[in-house]
Design a protein around this ligand. Structure first.
Ligand code: UDP
Length: 239
């Protein structure tokens, strides 16, 4: 694929909610399979793919603690939720013939590999999709930070942030304001200063400090992920 040259190795970050379809909770296997097809299309271009999937479709630490749970316990539950999502994605990708590894920041050797950086790099070189699970392994962080951290460690050239219902970064919430304007490019500092909803502030700072570009695009369009990597489609570049 001659269009494939734009990036050799990328991080795809999706929220847990991207996997739940119209159910409002949990994993919807046909939706997981649809996203897996998007990933396979990019994998077929020869791009090396890292993935981080959130856990918000199952459990969020903050909402647990808001309801009286101890925060770190609630955060560990959120991290475990991301492992379930990673396994669901692994199953869907392998069903399409794409080799994968789920790599967990929390040891659970029967279920997933432990995170060992050099080993993960080797998987990527062998064209295995690496799904990084359990976030950073630390409470008080998010999967956005995990995606940025792993993207740096794996020397990804960009983070691709697949969104639902929105095709980039807007100056205000496009679902509430008809006159919201999408940025083609925006700086990390502007995202922080204007509190634009892209990733949480620590993830933004980590990407900024390491010059890691972030491409925010819509996961709703079939072929959207491949399109972005081929230089097509609409998206916002944060840099
Ligand atoms: N989490 C955590 N540390 C991490 C990553 C995630 O404690 O490094 C917990 C946190 O409680 C978070 C939950 O896991 O609410 C699910 O992740 P996130 O909210 O980022 O998922 P998303 O919104 O992307 O679905």
């Amino acid at each position: 694929d001659i269009l494939a040259a734009k990036y050799k190795r990328v991080m795809l970050k999706i929220s847990g909610e991207a996997l739940m379809g119209d159910q409002g909770f949990g994993l919807h296997p046909p939706t997981v399979q649809r996203i897996a097809k998007e990933v396979k299309a990019v994998h077929d271009m020869g791009v090396e793919i890292c993935m981080v999937i959130g856990g918000g479709n199952i459990f969020r630490g903050l909402s647990g603690s808001a309801q009286g749970m101890e925060r770190t316990t609630a955060d560990y539950m959120g991290m475990l939720a991301t492992v379930m999502n990673a396994l669901g994605m692994q199953s869907a990708l392998e069903g399409l013939g794409v080799f994968t590894r789920v790599i967990s920041a929390i040891r659970m050797d029967e279920v997933a590999e432990p995170y060992i950086r050099r080993r993960a790099v080797r998987h990527l070189e062998k064209k295995r999709v690496c799904i990084f699970a359990a976030g950073t392994g630390n409470p008080y962080f998010t999967t956005d930070t995990a995606a940025t951290l792993r993207a740096n460690e794996m020397a990804c050239e960009a983070i691709l942030m697949g969104k639902n219902g929105v095709d980039g970064v807007y100056d205000k919430d496009p679902k509430e304001h008809a006159d919201a304007v999408r940025y083609d490019t925006v700086t990390y500092d502007d995202v922080l200063a204007k509190r634009l909803k892209v990733m949480d502030a620590s993830a933004i700072a980590l990407a900024r400090d390491n010059n890691l570009p972030l491409l925010v695009f819509s996961l709703d369009e079939p072929g959207g992920f491949k399109g972005i990597l081929s230089g097509q489609g609409t998206y916002t570049r944060v840099q």
